[in-house]
Design a protein around this ligand. Structure first.
Ligand SMILES: [Ca+2]
Length: 223
């Protein structure tokens, strides 16, 4: 084998390797599109309807931003009741310090059409999931979001994922209308899919069909 053919074999090996091995990290854009309007959710739709900023984290299986059936953290309680990013962001920073999360990302609040916001984040093999939440406001303790969205599937980074987002009840306030005054839930109930008539199609509570309040598209940026 002469020098030229050795170099050619090396180049071929490199090319093959780069095709087969997925990158160790990936960069994504998350696009939030609100779908909570007076038309889609007419019951008592508030005149000052808005979403708080989105607060999210990349993380691994050791961390839960929220989970249906679990009690809300103090951070999720305050986000869901007040739209405040703190101490939710501090809880995420503590998870990052503990090696359970990779990055924190946030957006500004949304006050009506076109109901769009964006953020960017990166994931790696250690933290290959993403979770996020935003307050549905005004409301007692209602939020939307998604948890444990896996971006590593079948040996590669997901190119694009679209999610329908539903309303959740954080279980920290017992009021049942958008504009109600505070009514602290003691003890704290668990996070649940929000089946209040405000989020149920045609106001039917029997066998409810819950209407999404937003759509999220998570799209890979670096490929
Ligand atoms: Ca509640």
């Amino acid at each position: 084998m002469n020098v030229k053919s050795i170099l050619a074999a090396g180049a071929l090996l490199l090319a093959t390797t780069s095709v087969q091995a997925a990158e160790t990290s990936a960069k994504y854009e998350i696009q939030f599109q609100g779908q909570w309007t007076a038309t889609s959710h007419p019951l008592e739709y508030p005149s000052n309807a808005h979403f708080s900023g989105l607060v999210g984290a990349t993380h691994n299986g050791a961390y839960k931003l929220f989970r249906v059936g679990d009690n809300a953290t103090d951070g999720l309680k305050r986000l869901s009741e007040m739209g405040a990013h703190a101490p939710f962001d501090q809880e995420i920073r503590a998870a990052i310090a503990a090696g359970q999360a990779g990055q924190l990302f946030e957006t500004g609040a949304l006050f009506g059409a076109p109901w769009q916001s964006k953020a960017e984040f990166s994931v790696d093999q250690k933290n290959n999931m993403v979770s996020f939440a935003a307050m549905i406001a005004p409301s007692p303790d209602w939020f939307t979001g998604a948890s444990d969205v896996t971006l590593w599937e079948n040996g590669d980074w997901v190119r694009e994922k679209t999610l329908m987002l539903y309303a959740y009840d954080a279980g920290t306030d017992n009021c049942k209308t958008y504009q109600a005054a505070d009514m602290e839930a003691a003890p704290r109930g668990s996070v649940a899919l929000n089946q209040a008539p405000h989020f149920v199609k045609d106001g039917k509570l029997k066998n409810p069909i819950v209407s999404p309040v937003a759509t999220v598209v998570i799209r890979r940026l670096d490929k």
